[in-house]
Design a protein around this ligand. Structure first.
Ligand code: GLU
Length: 484
């Protein structure tokens, strides 16, 4: 009997749940389901500084929302756990020692200063940058003594120095790279924690992953991974690197040009099945060329081999068009339930009501006053538009300020609430030497289209991060179009 098909999605919990994660998860999910196999969710949180639990929760939540369920993972457990890399440190240490013993890896004691000096020399000589393998020549006994004496060290992979590494990618065929081009990669850091390469390969093997289906950006790691499998004496999985999603200008999808957070699409009223359907069209076509199909139909029909490599463009308008078809297909009671589940949920209304109660006189005032909580893009009231430009600043200056506000101060906020927003706006003012008076009015107008609104921080909390950043981006465009 053939080995079971086991696939995985291995997100790093370092930010908002990304549309690319859902894209890669979809193909992994479908491959596992099509073959009666298992789909594993593993959290790659080896980067202690950037990883956090909040992001992990958001990723799990977003993947559940979109409808991709996993058989094993940090929340549901499974026979190959733990599924969070930060809980597997001992496993990586044991494995790296196996490589040191066999000579496939070695401790390196070089200081940061020495590494910098080597790099500077290589740069000056226009040579290939990389570790000069200084410690590879150390006598193993001597190296062991130095480790035992408490000297700091990392462990590096001893890459072959000659010949080439051949790897197979399901979509690209054979990929060969001269070994002289590949660095002696760090496997274990000086704090005893693994790098991505070590943890990823060890886990894929121990978790019995048969197909590694991941984004194209990891293809440059492939030779290192192949050498690691060889060093351990393990069988290679099938590797398949999916094309990257692209912006309309074909650059890698980025939040400057396209919303990339799954929460954005959820908030924008995209149905999860429409988003999945749209993602399935990225680089793949149904045999009968239909645009609209269910997840089950996709699972039944798709073949990994048929994915096209030319980077698929993520086109929001097409997504909205497809979503419209889904909306129209909903039986009325489902349509009602969807609206009440997201856009008009009790939970959302109950967040808004306290902000407007003091400020309206009749129930009928609610829609005109609070309408901006429900729409995608706001329209600026005539008298509010000039206030989009900060007092004492020009339109381009305000555009720049809002861009800095979004990118440097709001994007990093993961726990989005009024206090966090207030702190972020305050940080902006301190860093840019703006007063809150100068900043708040343009932000208010950008977010609500009006100058008279409920309190700003609470309003931002309820609108949510995605809607705020989307509207601020919209305002930046408007400001850029204004005369200075
Ligand atoms: N942790 C990596 C990521 O965030 C996973 C790469 C892989 O699938 O090997 O994309």
């Amino acid at each position: 009997m053939a080995d079971p098909v086991r696939t995985r999605i291995a997100p790093s919990p370092t930010g908002d749940p990304h549309v690319g994660t859902a894209y890669v998860a979809l193909f992994n999910y479908a491959l596992a389901r099509q073959n009666g196999g298992s789909f594993v969710l593993r959290i790659e949180d080896t980067d202690q500084q950037r990883s956090n639990l909040q992001s992990e929760e958001m990723i799990l939540d977003a993947l559940s929302w979109i409808g991709l369920d996993w058989d094993e993972g940090p929340d549901v457990g499974g026979p190959h756990g733990p599924y969070r890399q930060s809980e597997r440190t001992e496993i990586y240490r044991e494995h790296v020692e196996m490589l040191v013993t066999s000579g496939a890896a070695y401790p390196c004691f070089c200081s940061r200063e020495r590494l910098d000096a080597v790099r500077a020399e290589q740069k000056a000589a226009k040579a290939l940058l990389g570790y000069d393998r200084h410690c590879r020549a150390l006598d193993p006994e001597e190296a062991l003594k130095r480790r035992e004496s408490g000297e700091p060290f990392v462990i590096r992979l001893a890459m072959p120095t000659e010949g080439e590494t051949l790897s197979q990618d399901l979509l690209r065929g054979e990929i060969s790279i001269a070994n002289s081009q590949v660095d002696d990669q760090v496997l274990l850091k000086s704090d005893g924690r693994p790098t991505y390469h070590l943890a990823n390969v060890v886990d894929d093997h121990l978790m019995g992953i048969s197909h590694v289906v991941r984004a194209e950006e990891w293809i440059s790691s492939l030779p290192k991974h192949v050498q690691l499998y060889r060093a351990f004496g393990w069988t290679l999985p099938v590797f398949c690197h999916l094309p990257l999603l692209r912006n309309a200008d074909r650059s890698k999808i980025s939040k400057r040009k396209n919303p990339v957070s799954l929460n954005h699409y959820r908030r924008a009223g995209i149905l999860p099945e429409a988003l999945l359907n749209y993602l399935a069209l990225m680089g793949w076509t149904m045999p009968d060329e239909r645009d609209q199909f269910t997840l089950e139909e996709f699972v039944e029909n798709f073949r990994l081999e048929d994915i096209r490599l030319g980077g698929p463009v993520f086109d929001r308008q097409k997504l909205v068009w497809l979503n419209g078809k889904y909306i129209r297909d909903l039986p009325l009671e489902d349509f009602f339930a969807r609206l009440r589940g997201e856009t008009l949920s009790d939970d959302y209304l109950l967040q808004i009501l306290p902000l407007v109660q003091e400020r309206i006189d009749t129930l009928a005032d609610f829609i005109p006053y609070a309408g901006f909580f429900f729409v995608g893009d706001v329209e600026y009231e005539d008298k509010a538009l000039p206030k989009l430009v900060a007092k004492g600043h020009t339109a381009p200056q305000t555009a720049k300020a809002l861009r800095i506000l979004v990118e440097d101060h709001l994007d990093p906020v993961l726990d989005w609430n009024a206090a966090a927003v207030e702190a972020a706006l305050g940080d902006f003012c301190a860093a840019q030497e703006w007063t809150s008076k100068e900043l708040f009015m343009p932000v208010r107008v950008a977010l609500t289209g009006s100058t008279a609104t409920p309190p700003l921080f609470e309003t931002m909390e309820v609108l949510g991060k995605e809607r705020c950043r989307w509207r601020l981006r919209g305002a930046i465009e408007v400001l850029r179009g204004m005369k200075a």
